[in-house]
Ligand binder design. Structure first.
Ligand code: SF4
Ligand code: SF4
Length: 222
């Protein structure tokens, strides 16, 4: 899932200050799971904003709604009337949701209430960790399921580097060294010889470095 954090309330307040009728739109998928922008978080932020409105006479009229996904047209289009009535839309989705709502309703300004951070997973209650950087050419078959791009601080294809220390990364003692994890998996699964296999340099054209990416499945096109 995509993991995000809510922006500080002061930043959101500043963005909304010039407007009166505010439509808040939550997203019921990834950001709901990471408790940043789902229905509950929309309610919490709306309450904070209403309190600010009272204390600072902002004159805000706040409407709340949450849709299943802000990255798909079929869920956004039913908001047409609500969009028309609003001066501004505050999205609580990831950056994809914000941009797609703008594409569906280009006449409106949509503000981001979240900072989108990474693709990750829930490792324990209230804790999420990055697992994939969407590099476009997956090498997990060569590293037995531990991503060297997202989980090694240097993105090394052939590690570890000289900074690895008792299983931790030199960048922080809080971080496991990805290559220590890869080594241990290879050892545990009886495939330690894979550590000696050189992973060839790749073309980064498939990554964001090659520009915005697009995927087309001709067999699914109408
Ligand atoms: S190698 Fe690339 S696609 Fe595979 S998990 Fe890592 S970042 Fe994601
Ligand atoms: S210590 Fe490990 S995770 Fe950190 S940069 Fe070096 S190889 Fe990568």
């Amino acid at each position: 899932m995509i993991v995000a954090d809510r922006k500080p309330i002061e930043d959101i307040k500043e963005m909304l200050t010039p407007y009166k009728k505010i439509l808040m739109v939550g997203c019921g998928t990834c950001v709901s799971v990471c408790m940043a922008g789902g229905e509950k978080e929309v309610g919490v932020l709306a309450s904070e904003l209403r309190m600010i409105d009272k204390m600072e006479n902002k004159n805000w009229e706040i409407t709340e709604t949450t849709i299943q996904r802000q990255c798909e047209r079929e869920y956004i289009e039913p908001l047409e009337e609500k969009f028309k009535e609003a001066d501004i839309v505050l999205s609580m989705a990831c950056g994809v949701g914000v941009q797609y709502m703008v594409e569906v309703f280009p006449e409106k300004i949509v503000l981001p209430a979240l900072n989108t951070t990474f693709y990750g997973t829930t490792v324990s209650e209230g804790e999420w960790e990055e697992r994939c950087a969407g590099c476009g050419e997956c090498v997990l078959h060569l590293t037995l399921g531990v991503c060297p791009v997202a989980r090694c601080s240097k993105g090394l294809y052939n590690g570890p580097c000289g900074g690895t220390d008792m299983g931790k990364c030199e960048v922080s003692k809080e971080l496991d060294c990805a290559w220590y994890l890869i080594h241990n998996r290879m050892k545990d699964l009886g495939k330690i010889e894979m550590m000696g296999t050189f992973i060839k340099p790749r073309s980064w054209k498939q990554s964001l470095n090659g520009g915005p990416r697009k995927r087309v499945r001709e067999d699914l096109k109408k």
